[in-house]
Design a protein around this ligand. Structure first.
Ligand code: NAP
Ligand code: ZN
Ligand code: ZN
Length: 347
């Protein structure tokens, strides 16, 4: 018998989220059923629920920063036991055979990984995300949450954490690397913590000075307001790696000018309009412009161990389900310190 889970559901781009239900399959041989305890509110959930991306299907249950406890396992499951503290991120399956899956980069699966919501699973059913009380996922796509991190602080690591950890590792953030993070929201604040723990020299570039104290407390050495034109003059050529987490349109040339010879700017934020930039901004200092999408399962587990070893988790504000729509507005207004997490017990 499939399980009926309580959920918060978007029925159209303009409906907001309302209480409803979602059906979860019985755990198959390799499946794990998770009792969800907390789900982070990622900005991507808002983009999706409001139909800002093409191909959104309704009714839609969003949420891909899931932390919970295993409540049932299929008969061939070996990786997880009932009672384990576990997490699920942005995807719940992938082809497992392509070169990228074999390399542990399932987020770049050549067949397209199966997103935690707004996708179709191998069972042919639409996937539904973590704004719900339970979820059934193949054991290979379920992460172990180390004891050192509370479930509420761990939930945002499943998307925001790995989305920052992966480029920081790829571009070798560490001692002697000058790393800047644009935007101190859900992704940005975790990026500051992780980059600082890796030993990099961290600069935050925020719209205003409001988050300065917090940024320094989380490990940043420098903090500048992007609203001040002097910021761009002062930092010209001073950074090795700049990661953009902002989803609003940004002046790419201005940020590229902050990079030293051969420096790299990585886009993780998803602006709605196409970006443009001058060739000279790259050519003049052999600079690189790149992008990065979440991280693979192996690296996500590595990130969780790294965070536990360094005593890191997200800075969260736990909310009840009835506050989700209001929380969406507050995220859009950049009024969150620094991730809303829904207490699934209130769904
Ligand atoms: P968020 O919590 O809203 O943070 C974004 C931050 O951008 C804000 O806190 C704000 O920080 C800054 N910002 C600058 N200009 C802004 C403006 N005009 N309006 C609002 N904020 C502005 O969002 P998030 O959850 O971190 O997600 C950020 C972006 O990354 C989204 O587009 C999301 O879809 C995307 N994302 C991408 C991936 C990936 O794999 N690449 C994964 C997850 C999310 P300041 O106040 O400090 O300026
Ligand atoms: Zn996300
Ligand atoms: Zn694949």
């Amino acid at each position: 018998m499939p399980t009926i889970a309580q959920a918060y559901v978007a029925s159209s781009p303009t409906s907001g989220l309302e209480p409803g239900t979602v059906e979860r399959r019985d755990p198959g041989d390799y499946d794990v059923r998770i009792s969800i305890k907390y789900t982070g509110i990622c900005h991507s959930d808002i983009h999706a629920a409001r139909g800002e991306w093409s191909g959104v299907r309704y009714p839609l249950v969003v949420g891909h920063e899931i932390a919970g406890v295993v409540e049932a396992v299929g008969r061939r499951v070996t990786r997880h036991l009932v009672g384990d503290r576990v997490g699920v991120g942005c995807f719940v399956d992938s082809c497992r055979e392509c070169a990228n899956c074999r390399a542990g980069e399932e987020q770049y699966c050549l067949q397209g990984s199966t997103s935690t919501y707004n996708s179709f699973g191998r069972d042919g059913l639409p996937t539904a995300g973590g704004y719900s009380t339970s979820i059934v996922v193949d054991e290979k796509y379920v992460l172990n949450i180390p004891d050192g991190i509370s479930l509420q602080d761990a939930a945002p690591l499943m998307c925001a954490g790995i989305t920052m950890y992966s480029p920081l590792r790829h571009w070798r953030a560490g001692p002697g690397k000058r790393v800047a993070i644009i935007g101190m929201g859900g992704l940005g604040h975790i990026g500051v913590k992780i980059a600082a723990a890796m030993g990099a020299e961290v600069t935050v570039l925020s719209q205003s000075l409001k988050k300065r104290e917090d940024a320094l407390r989380l490990g940043a050495q420098q903090y500048y307001a992007t609203s001040e034109p002097e910021t761009f003059k002062y930092l010209e050529g001073q950074l090795d790696l700049v990661i953009n987490t902002v989803s609003a349109d940004i002046d790419v040339d201005a940020y590229l000018s902050l990079l030293s010879l051969g420096g790299t700017m990585v886009l993780v934020g998803l602006p709605s309009k196409p970006l443009s930039q001058r060739a000279w901004s790259l050519i003049g200092m052999r600079r690189n412009l790149s992008g990065s999408k979440m991280g693979g399962i192996r690296q996500t587990q590595e990130m969780l161990e790294f965070c536990a070893a360094n005593g890191l988790g997200a800075e969260v504000e736990v909310i009840r389900a009835g506050q989700i729509n209001e929380a969406f507005e507050r995220v859009l207004a950049s009024d969150v310190r620094y991730r809303f997490v829904v207490d699934a017990g209130t769904l």
